[in-house]
Design a binder for this molecule. Structure first.
Ligand SMILES: [Zn+2]
Length: 89
């Protein structure tokens, strides 16, 4: 797993929170760049890095079907983990 901080401090276009960190479980050398997909860790909106490392809201229907399935699965897991964290507190 690769975890790091972004030099850019993009804001989520959905909730306005600053997203300055990243994590990748599949590539230890991964660093986000334009065209990479991510999910807001505050509101779970799917996002894409665009020019200037800004973020735009991603319409899942824009993606190939297998990627749509993967993103929806990742979102379900992220929301379930968040729900578990909140119920423990
Ligand atoms: Zn957000």
């Amino acid at each position: 797993m690769n975890i790091g901080k972004l030099d850019a401090k993009p804001k989520c276009p959905q909730c306005g929170e600053t997203l300055d960190g990243f994590a990748c479980v599949t590539d230890p050398d991964f660093v986000p760049d334009v065209g990479c997909l991510t999910v807001c860790s505050y509101c779970f909106t799917p996002l894409e890095f665009v020019e200037g490392m800004k973020l735009r809201r991603l319409n899942i229907a824009e993606l190939p079907e297998d990627a749509q399935h993967d993103i929806r699965s990742a979102l379900r897991i992220a929301r379930a983990v968040e729900h578990m964290k909140r119920s423990e507190n």
